[in-house]
Structures are given as C-alpha cells and as structure tokens.
Design a protein around this ligand. Structure first.
Ligand code: ARG
Length: 388
C-alpha cells in the first residue's frame, strides 16, 4: 500500500500501527514494521500502544454485554476496529492529513467498522481503500510486492487478525465450510485431545461486571487477560468455527481462537444471571443480542449503543463476586459462583423439610398464573369443533 499510494497519487504517506496486544509474544515485530515503512518511503511512522484503552473501553464493555455475535463469536476483531479508526483520525488531524487509507477489502466487516467510525469522527477526512481501487487478488498482490522489491516476510496462507481478546483466521482451505479447519490454522491453542488429562480449576473475580482478579489475587486488566489466555491455550479452550453472516450480507466461514474471551464471557454471564431477577435476565438477553449486532456491524457510534450501554452498566453495578471455572480438554465450564448480591436463598429453595417456602400458596398461584393460557386452550378446541 505504501508503494502503491506513492506511485498512484504521488502522495506523502504517513503510517500507523495500532498495538492492541497482537503478536504479544513478539514485540520486535513492531520495530520491523516501522523499519519497513521507512524503507518504503513513509514520511513518518506511528506505533501507538492502545492496549490499556482497548481493554478498558472496548473489551470490558463487551464482557458486560456478554457480547457474542449470533450467540457464538465474542467480537474480538470487531471491538478493536473503532479504536483503530479513532486513533488514525487523531493522527490525521494532528498531521494535517486529508485522506486515510486502510488495508480492508471491500468484502468484509472491518471496512464498515473503520469507515463509519472515521466518517463520524471526521466527516471532512476521506477514507480510501486501496484494496478496492487496485483490484488485485492476494496472489497478484504478492507479485506486485516482489516486482517492487518489497519483502513479503512471514507470508501466511491465512488472513489473520489478532489482539488481546482473540485471534481470527480466514482464507485458503478455511473457505471450504465442509472441511474441518486444519491444525495449522490454529496457532494459540493446543488441540483439546492433546490437552492435559487433569482438569484445572480457576476462580475469576468480578467487581461491577469487570474482571479484577484471579483466585482472589488482584491483577491489572492486561495481566489478567494474558494469564487467562495462557491457561486457556494450555487446555485447548476457545476454538470456534462459525458459519457467519457478515454485515454486508455474505455468509462466510470464520475460525477463531478466543480462550480468554470465552472464559470471561461465560463466567460473567453466569454471575450476572445469579444476581439479577428473572425479569432482568430476560430483558438483558435481548439487550445483549442487540448490542452484539451493533458492535459487529460497526455501528459503535450509533446513539442506540449509548442507550444500551447505560442499561448494561446499570445492571452490572451488582455483578460482583467470583466464578469457579473448570478447564478440561477444550472446555471451560462454570461449576460454582459466589456473590454478596446473589438472589438465591437456600432456605427457600431446599427440598429438605426445613424449607421456609410455603408450598400451599401454589394452590392459589397456579390457577391465576395459567388462567389465560387455559382459556385460550379451551377456545382453540371450540374453534376446531365449529369448523367441522
Ligand atoms: N469475521 C470476523 C469479524 O468480522 C473476523 C474478521 C477478521 N479479519 C481477518 N482477516 N481475519 O469480526
């Protein structure tokens, strides 16, 4: 892109890499990217550490919303995009840049997420997608790079996106939904069948819906995510394969590795359900689903999201406590929870004779509770009879 932008528009090119915790085992990668940018003629390169903001303003809200697109995908890529766009716009404004270009294709969700956010934050700045403009396939792009002496290092057959919250892989054999994703498309997690034969128990501590510690020990948000990541990878937790409906209407086969995200959302949802009433839980499910769709479709700036966030935050004020999770051969199963705000009373619920629950009330409650349904059922029979 750097070369192509200079060639095609005689543009001065500034480059920006967002650090969202991707490739976190290999920090030298950012230096390599910077050096490569300068070698290709970039005027100035920015690497911005956005990890802290990413976790606080994007990952935690997603956990509070139990964010799972179509009930499966924890939105790990989706929630990173608005932040990247906002930071790119910030740099553009600072440097007096009039066009922001990014490497999304015209087929995915990421273009929608980046463009909508960028356009909302700076309507005066144009957003350009060279991959749409130049109309080359991935193979032709590699040839273009080779022709211009651009080293294509670590060329991978899959298209990968990574951050602290998850990893996604697309393309190549993964485009065949009838074939199981091959082992080489997974890089973080061990295959569940090769995971340890002994289960491991962890306890995740939450305060007001936010994970704050592990096994009773307070941890910084980034350390906590990384520790959960390591534990999950070791036990083969968080492999997802998904036949997904993209925002632009395409169906696509997606694969993810989301160990920390999956554990956190499962644990959070369990604790939230424990401290909320039946009414709250039912409504929260709808709100969560709507929230996930907005986040997935890149409508992060829509005022509806602010309204949903307000509700989600209100509910999460009491989501404090701890959740015990069992990690074993690919599964992360909630096995116990504790909270000072749990709406559970053993004295009421127990089937032992000591229960203080007055069962005689049922004789009055059930006829009233079922009144309309019973009447509807009888009328249904009447209609059938009259039709004969
Ligand atoms: N389908 C996912 C999403 O829309 C992941 C896309 C990430 N891109 C990639 N090249 N792997 O959020």
């Amino acid at each position: 892109m750097i070369k192509w932008l200079q060639e095609t528009y005689s543009a001065k090119v500034y480059t920006f890499t967002a650090d969202l915790g991707q490739e976190f085992a290999d920090p030298t990668r950012f230096k390599e990217i910077e050096e490569k940018a300068y070698k290709l003629g970039a005027v100035k390169h920015y690497t911005v550490d956005l990890k802290e903001r990413f976790v606080k303003d994007y990952v935690f809200p997603a956990i509070k919303a139990n964010g799972l697109y179509q009930g499966i995908y924890p939105l790990s890529t989706a929630v990173g995009r608005p932040l990247i766009a906002i930071e790119a716009i910030k740099i553009a404004k600072k440097e007096g840049i009039s066009v922001v270009a990014h490497g999304c294709t015209g087929k995915g969700n990421d273009q929608i997420r980046i463009n909508i956010t960028a356009n909302a934050y700076a309507p005066e700045i144009e957003v350009l997608q060279p991959l749409i403009e130049w109309n080359m396939g991935r193979d032709e792009e590699v040839k273009y790079a080779e022709r211009h002496g651009i080293p294509v290092n670590k060329y991978k057959k899959y298209s990968i996106d990574e951050n602290l919250f998850g990893r996604s892989a697309e393309c190549d054999i993964l485009e065949h939904p009838e074939i199981e994703p091959p082992e080489d498309s997974r890089e973080w997690t061990i295959a569940p069948e090769k995971a340890p034969n002994e289960p491991e128990y962890i306890t995740i501590n939450f305060e007001e819906g936010v994970p704050v510690g592990l096994n009773g020990e307070k941890m910084s948000s980034i350390d906590l995510l990384r520790t959960l990541h390591d534990l999950g990878c070791k036990h083969g937790v968080g492999r997802i394969e998904h036949m997904e409906d993209r925002a632009i209407g395409l169906k696509s086969r997606e694969t993810y590795e989301v160990p920390a995200a999956l554990m956190l959302i499962k644990a959070h949802k369990d604790l939230e359900k424990y401290v909320c009433t039946k009414q709250e839980n039912s409504f929260k499910n709808m709100v969560d689903q709507r929230w996930s769709e907005l986040a997935y479709e890149g409508l992060w700036v829509d005022p509806l999201k602010d309204a949903l966030d307000a509700f989600i935050n209100e509910i999460n004020k009491k989501v404090t406590g701890s959740v015990k999770v069992k990690l074993f051969k690919g599964s992360a199963e909630v096995v116990a929870r504790e909270s000072p705000y749990g709406i559970y009373d053993m004295n009421l619920a127990t089937y032992e004779t000591a229960s203080t629950f007055n069962q005689n009330l049922s004789y009055g409650f059930i006829p009233l509770f079922g009144l309309q349904s019973k009447m509807g059922f009888l009328i249904k029979k009447k209609i059938k009879k009259n039709k004969k």
